[in-house]
Design a binder for this molecule. Structure first.
Ligand SMILES: Cc1ncc(COP(=O)(O)O)c(C=O)c1O
Length: 397
């Protein structure tokens, strides 16, 4: 068993992950992603998906996917730059550009790959400067690592620190400067201070990239995102979005100028070296965007649900951190307690995942909850009742 011996380190690494409480066990959905789902054989109120607008199992989207399979087949069998671009890919990009108030848009396989591609392709020289919020998503961190730029991280939303970086000697001699921020931060549900970021960017000659993975479909008019919410669309050069959260399917996109699109087609490595979306996915996304425009009441319901649930948690005495959006953390502190909280809630019929160190800073372990527009008041009240019961049992409230 030479192979087993060579790979023996895996068992040691896994033992370490288990000791640190970082071992991941996959939970399995038995059926569609729904506000109330069957997970690991148990029917639970699902407060853990990114299915903000309850579109993941929507009949109109499913019909669009099926029709696209009949018309175009199941796959493209090529990368976009060879012969993996179909007319529906182009149609989706046109729609996304219009939606985001941009000249052009380009779709990638995922939100992760579009972030990596933008950081890597736009920051190609050691004299470039990439400035990033400390709590930005892992894909921005990895994209920064693949870039050639000098990387500077500012403490979360600290505008004085951002200003100091933009005034530093590295910034003064930088060829290009890019400030990157999540629009909505995925673990805390707070908003980036875009007005101040854009003002500083203008003053110091930097361009701005906003990752609106959790804001597209959620913030702004019809879910156009945080630049639209703040009235700053024309000041954000690079708008990133995902098609895998509120839109309910899979994929990521960048919206910006036509030159940005042309450049990324030529240089975005995941774009050029990984095959394109199957037509069913693309058709699903087109149908979802149409629904966002036709049914703004979905977003209103999402926010009404978010307010009801957040206020309920606060009234019970839970600490919901700095959340301003449908992502509501329930702060716990210690890893073991957060994990126990999640496990007990599951037994009681509520799924709220614990998010622990190192995904969040040490001592800030929490349950992260995300409501959907599809939750009923009864679902949310049931969840609150269980949060109260288990929270008291564990001495959290
Ligand atoms: C802020 C943020 N950016 C990017 C991504 C990646 O998106 P996707 O799941 O489409 O790859 C995520 C998803 O986890 C996210 O939370």
């Amino acid at each position: 068993m030479v192979t087993a011996k060579l790979m023996g380190f895996l068992d040691e690494e896994i033992a370490k992950l288990k000791a640190e409480g970082r071992f991941v066990r996959l939970r399995v959905l038995e059926g569609p992603q729904e506000p109330v789902s069957v997970i690991d054989g148990k029917k639970v109120v699902n407060l853990t998906s990114n299915n903000y607008l309850d579109l993941a199992n929507h009949p109109t989207l499913k019909a669009a996917a099926k029709a696209a399979i009949d018309k175009y087949g199941v796959g493209t069998a090529a990368v976009r730059t060879i012969i993996g671009t179909m007319d529906i890919h182009m149609a989706l990009e046109k729609k996304l550009a219009e939606f985001k108030g941009a000249e052009a848009a380009l779709v990638f396989q995922s939100g992760f790959t579009v972030n990596v591609a933008c950081c890597q392709s736009l920051m190609t020289d050691e004299s470039d400067l990439l400035v990033s919020d400390q709590l930005n998503h892992a894909s921005i961190i990895d994209g920064g690592r693949l870039s050639k730029a000098v990387r500077k991280i500012y403490p979360h939303k600290d505008m004085k620190a951002l200003k100091d970086i933009l005034e530093s000697p590295e910034a003064r001699k930088a060829r290009r400067k890019m400030i990157v921020t999540d629009g909505v931060f995925s673990m805390d549900g707070d908003l980036a201070p875009l007005p101040q970021i854009v003002e500083l960017a203008d003053k110091y000659g930097a361009f701005v990239m906003v990752d609106d993975a959790h804001a597209s479909g959620v913030m702004g008019r019809n879910g156009r995102g945080t630049p639209d919410h703040f009235g700053l669309t024309s000041k954000v050069q690079i708008q990133i979005g995902t098609l895998s959260k509120a839109v309910g399917a899979i994929g990521g996109y960048v919206a910006g100028s036509k030159s940005l699109r042309d450049y990324l087609i030529c240089t975005g490595r995941p774009f050029g070296f990984s095959s394109s979306h199957p037509p069913s996915v693309t058709a699903t996304c087109i149908a979802a965007l149409d629904l966002l425009l036709l049914e703004p009441q979905r977003i209103e319901k999402l926010w009404a649900n978010a307010r009801r649930f957040k206020e309920g948690l606060k009234k019970l005495g839970f600490d919901t951190g700095a959340s301003e959006t449908p992502i509501t953390p329930v702060m716990v502190g210690e890893t073991a307690k957060a994990q126990k909280f999640s496990a007990r809630l599951f037994e009681e019929g509520v799924f709220a995942l614990s998010i622990c160190y190192p995904t969040v800073p040490k001592g800030k372990d929490r349950l992260r909850t995300i409501v959907s527009s599809g939750h009923t008041e009864k679902d949310l009240d049931f969840a609150l009742e269980k949060f109260a019961k288990v929270g008291r049992e564990l001495g959290i409230i």
